[in-house]
Ligand binder design. Structure first.
Ligand SMILES: [Zn+2]
Ligand SMILES: [Zn+2]
Length: 342
């Protein structure tokens, strides 16, 4: 069975190849047909550098770990052909102490598609067909829009940060940076009953945050940010910038929580760590998710979130190069989606 597959062959270069699915499906795996995938910031690091956070790709891979798919061949699982499933891309070992306590994100031997951290690399989801472990697939109720369901994985990551920060009903939350992760952190915090304010360099990104429940937005370099000083129980850093982290340290109240959802890259910009001490701030990190994948899928199934407001554009698998360039341009507000080629 021939199908279209995108391959990142070098920094900035995606090639489209025709590949064949193997005749036999591996045990405990299901054959899937892509419904909708979406581009993550991690994919963009690989697209720009052929590496992410110091992990270099050894050879070309298909990017993409955010997707939902239709069951092509259940291969003996309880799923039905044609069923729409959310995909949890974390293939955890299931037997280590972390897996047994539910912390699959801490599993030392977990595998992840489209990533240099997994050796040998596993191809990601920017291709028309792929096989994936049945245990990672979550069937959803009829009528769920695949273009919304592809948000399950990034929403789970954002929810994990929100949960670790202890956001609840009535919490005053500031989200710094309204890229896709900041927008999904807004969705997550609003779903918990928090009052959410946001900041970003672009008015358009703030408008998107307002569409999913933020009640106030501040444009950096236009609005007076000093008035936010000490105003928030929780500040979610989603900009990836040391300036954003400094804004978070300033905006959080004494003994509040700064939740670092982004991966702040090393830079020359000083971080005001003394404020961390003086205000007794709890600064917490988060990576991937644990039980939040189920929480995210349930929220998407509920149909209460306007994910359409968070979609920046749609491209086919064959246009993965253009889609990544659009995402890299900085003009996209929200998520860029990848659809099957055929
Ligand atoms: Zn992602
Ligand atoms: Zn494990």
């Amino acid at each position: 069975m021939g199908y279209a597959k995108s391959l990142l062959t070098a920094a900035g270069t995606v090639k489209i190849v025709s590949d064949d699915m193997p005749e036999a499906i591996e045990a405990d795996h299901v054959r899937l047909r892509l419904a909708t995938a979406s581009i993550c910031g991690t994919d963009m690091h690989y697209f720009r550098h052929f590496a992410n956070a110091g992990f270099q790709l050894d050879y070309p891979v298909s990017l993409g770990h955010e997707a939902c798919a239709l069951v092509e061949d259940p291969n003996g699982s309880a799923l039905e052909r044609g069923q729409l499933v959310a995909i949890n891309p974390v293939i955890a070992c299931g037997t280590c102490e972390h897996c047994l306590s539910g912390d699959i994100n801490m599993c030392p031997t977990k595998r992840f598609p489209g990533s240099a951290t997994t050796v040998p690399h596993i191809d990601g989801f920017f291709r028309d067909y792929f096989d994936f472990p049945a245990k990672c697939l979550r069937p959803v109720r009829d009528g769920v829009d695949p273009d919304h369901l592809t948000f399950a994985e990034p929403l789970a990551c954002a929810m994990h940060s929100i949960n670790r920060a202890g956001v609840g009903a009535g919490s005053k939350v500031l989200v710094v940076g309204c890229g896709p992760m900041g927008l999904l952190a807004t969705v997550g915090a609003v779903s918990k009953g928090a009052e959410v304010h946001v900041s970003d360099l672009k008015q358009g990104a703030i408008d998107a945050a307002r569409a999913v429940g933020a009640t106030e937005g501040f444009v950096i370099n236009r609005d007076d940010m000093s008035k936010l000083s000490g105003q928030y129980d929780v500040v979610v850093e989603a900009s990836g910038s040391p300036h954003g982290y400094n804004q978070a340290l300033d905006s959080v109240r004494k003994q509040g929580v700064v939740a670092v959802l982004s991966l702040i890259q090393p830079s020359e910009v000083p971080i005001n760590l003394h404020i961390n001490t003086l205000k007794e701030i709890n600064s917490i990190g988060s990576v991937l998710f644990t039980g939040e994948f189920e929480e995210a899928v349930s929220l998407i199934e509920s149909g209460t979130v306007d994910f359409d407001a968070l979609i920046a554009g749609q491209f086919s698998v064959c246009e993965t190069q253009v889609a990544c360039e659009f995402m890299a341009s900085g003009d996209a507000v929200g998520k860029v989606l990848i659809k099957p080629a055929a």
